[in-house]
Design a protein around this ligand. Structure first.
Ligand code: KIV
Length: 286
């Protein structure tokens, strides 16, 4: 862990600091280095890896082994931001023992905290993980692991009863020991009510400006994923378009004989070239 590393207690203590927390997902070592150099506070190794990297239609397909593989890659970059690992679907639903074992697997892979989805119905699991000395981040609102139960990727908490339930869930999660809570796809007023009701930071995605921090998916912020664009995503780059353009140039150079150039090639000494029967210029013209 770098000496100036971000920690879960430091995230917890940042509530009301006046400076919003910055969280972004990353799934491999280069992504972790980019996030680190950009000075973000928290790297989430999200189960969104299923959709933006592994080509699945939802997040339900990834396993603890898949997550540990990606957590390990992020952790080996030795980033300063806090590394939080998403607990995938069915890794915290079967029993408390199974939940703690799965959280431990992600911590041993290099995570410094875990995140799990759901409110009051997950309290036993949250408490057991916290008891095992593992910091837990909550996640309520649109919980993508519940898309079939929710009927799709839909904004949550629009009606008074559902909004109140979200506030109660957040308070219960904070009381159970969560050091921060993600609020996904909820009206800004609900996020404001939750943020005012809990003493731990809220981190929003599609939850408006009243949260204590914001999170976005790496591939969305950088424009690597350009097929879907939820209303709450702001793109700061167009890396998919830039990458396609760069590879087109590379292909054109190879096909036209412009790549590799002389100074991109290794050369034989003249005597070895002669021994191989190669005479004349050692430089191929395009
Ligand atoms: O997996 C993920 O990327 C997430 C964020 C949307 C918060 O859980």
């Amino acid at each position: 862990m770098p000496t100036n590393a971000m920690t879960a207690p430091a995230v917890r203590a940042s509530k009301d600091s006046g400076t919003p927390l910055v969280m972004v997902t990353a799934y491999d070592a280069p992504g972790a280095r980019i996030a680190d150099e950009a000075g973000v506070d928290i790297i989430l190794v999200g189960d969104s890896v299923a959709m933006v990297v592994l080509g699945y239609d939802d997040t339900l397909q990834v396993t603890v082994d898949d997550m540990a593989h990606h957590v390990g890659a992020v952790a080996r970059a030795g980033p300063r931001p806090l590394v939080v690992a998403d607990m995938p679907w069915m890794s915290y639903h079967v029993s408390v023992e199974d939940t703690v074992r799965n959280a431990a697997r992600l911590m041993r892979a290099g995570a410094e905290a875990v995140k799990l989805e759901g409110g009051r119905k997950r309290l036993d699991m949250v408490k057991a993980i916290v008891d095992a000395e593992v910091p837990v981040m909550g996640h309520i609102g649109l919980t993508p692991q519940s898309i079939h139960a929710l009927g799709g990727f839909k904004v949550q908490g629009k009606q008074a009863e559902a909004a109140t339930a979200l506030v109660d869930d957040a308070v219960a999660l904070a009381d159970a020991g969560c050091f921060a809570i993600v609020l996904e796809a909820v009206p800004d007023g609900v996020a404001r009510a939750v943020t005012e009701a809990v003493a731990v930071p809220t981190i929003g995605i599609g939850a408006g400006p009243w949260c204590d921090g914001q999170v976005l998916v790496f591939h969305d912020v950088l424009g690597i994923e350009d097929r879907i664009s939820p209303k709450f995503v702001r793109r700061y780059a167009n890396l998919k378009a830039d990458s396609v353009a760069a590879l087109c140039e590379y292909a054109a150079d190879v096909r036209a004989g412009r790549f590799p150039a002389d100074d991109e090639s290794y050369h034989l000494s003249d005597d070895v070239a002669e021994a191989l029967g190669l005479y004349g210029a050692q430089t191929k013209s395009a």
